[in-house]
Design a protein around this ligand. Structure first.
Ligand code: COA
Length: 387
């Protein structure tokens, strides 16, 4: 296998983007990534586009072809363009497809991107569409929503482990603090514990500020071999590991509903591939679709034992100033969660941190990890990047 590097990154701002269509979002992020790599589009020899549900959100299918066309590469280079779907892990999986294509020698320079436009439909449709990432017959059909499913995880977790309501709120407070330092973030205001605890109840115990929002946005990364990377950039970021794992789609079929086994397995695979220990990792972007999800992620990735992540959060270990900064971008909670784009935005954030380009949220980092979850943990990708 060939060694792979990220040589360009680009992102739109995240939020309710009334003035940009689905295709506009992708083109904006893609153009930024090409500019960052100093590369012409014609040099790209494959496109992998993470997208969960353009069919329901904007009534558009055939996303690979659409993007190739609007990128100007359908009728010129006739580029192979592939849509990748794994619910909220679509971006992480698109990145993994790009890594695999370059590592195997099938492609030389690829774009791995993600895009989602979620705000063009009424919120009932959004919630029902997202519920399609769960088991339709056994969960969504009987009314389970994603806040509802993660609330079940939170209730089980809080029954078994010493996590307080305040510690859960501290995850959101930290991520809003980071989001306030990220110019692309959907929410750029700092909040306090009371903001979270007094916000409206969504699915007990999860409140509005425990949830990631509904978001439009796109992100893109350009990959090539480590050998060729310096043709394009002085700061290539090496892909040290690309891992993926699956679990049952329905929560009730899990061995343990507050441990995401797919995260545990993907993390073990990633650390084995990279030949690294947890202490080698300097920062994490994890899938905090709900505050409880960040708590589980830190533990299931192996950075502490089960039941300890609440205390780590309270002690500030996961803050920008802490020993293990988590979700420096603001995470899904504050940066926003355009589901198909999130996994690539995590990569963009890790690359910015490793290059020293993260501005007011910069941490000291040589190795970063990105963790992307589909559904309640039926698909998980873990990538480790380093300089
Ligand atoms: N955090 C903080 N504020 C939020 C928010 C969030 N997650 N979501 C919305 N808001 C704010 C809006 O900005 C708006 O503020 P304003 O009145 O000052 O403009 C207000 O709350 C109402 O917004 P609205 O869009 O009407 O919210 P909603 O009640 O329709 O939706 C949720 C709120 C939490 C139900 C929705 O964001 C949601 O379903 N989130 C989870 C998404 C999800 O499941 N993703 C997949 C995970 S795997």
């Amino acid at each position: 296998m060939r060694e792979v590097a990220v040589i360009g990154i680009g992102c739109t701002t995240f939020g309710e983007k009334w003035n940009s269509s689905f295709r506009d979002l992708f083109i904006e992020a893609g153009a930024r990534a090409l500019e960052d790599a100093g590369l012409a589009g014609e040099k790209i020899d494959a496109l992998f586009i993470g997208n969960m549900s353009a069919g329901r959100f904007v009534e558009q299918e055939h996303i690979g072809a659409l993007i190739a066309d609007y990128a100007g590469l359908a009728t010129t280079t006739h580029i192979p363009a592939t849509r990748v779907e794994a619910a909220c892990a679509s971006g992480g999986l698109a990145f993994r497809q790009g890594v695999t294509a370059v590592a195997s020698g099938m492609s030389e320079i690829v774009v791995a991107a993600g895009v989602e436009k979620m705000t063009d439909v009424a919120s009932g449709t959004t919630v029902a569409t997202l519920a399609g990432a769960a088991d339709r017959e056994w969960e969504a059909f009987i009314g389970a929503t994603f806040p509802g499913l993660y609330a079940m995880i939170a209730n089980d977790y809080m029954h078994r482990y010493p996590l307080t309501r305040e510690q859960l709120a501290m995850v959101a407070v930290k991520n809003h603090y980071n989001g306030a330092r990220n110019p692309i973030a959907q929410f750029q205001q700092e909040i306090n514990i009371e903001t979270v605890i007094n916000s409206s109840l969504v699915a007990d115990p999860l409140r509005l500020y425990d949830c990631s929002p509904i978001t439009d946005g796109a992100a893109a990364a350009i990959l090539t071999t480590m050998e060729r990377a310096r043709e394009f950039t002085d700061t290539p970021v090496k892909v040290l590991a690309s891992a993926q794992a699956s679990d049952s789609i329905a929560l009730h079929d899990r061995r343990d509903i507050s441990t995401l086994d797919a995260t545990v397995v993907a993390a073990k695979r990633a650390f084995r591939q990279a030949g690294l220990e947890h202490s080698d990792v300097d920062m994490l972007e994890v899938h905090d679709c709900f505050t409880i999800a960040e708590i589980c992620a830190i533990e299931d990735l192996g950075f502490c034992r089960k039941g300890e992540a609440g205390k780590l959060t309270e002690e500030g270990v996961t803050s920008l100033q802490g020993d293990l900064p988590v979700n420096t971008s603001g995470g899904l909670k504050a940066c926003g969660h355009p589901v198909g784009a999130t996994g690539i935005k995590q990569i963009v954030e890790v690359v910015q941190q490793l290059r020293g380009e993260a501005g007011r949220r910069q941490v000291d980092a040589k190795v970063g990890l990105a963790h992307n979850v589909g559904g309640t943990g039926a698909t998980v990708t873990v990538h480790i990047l380093g300089v």
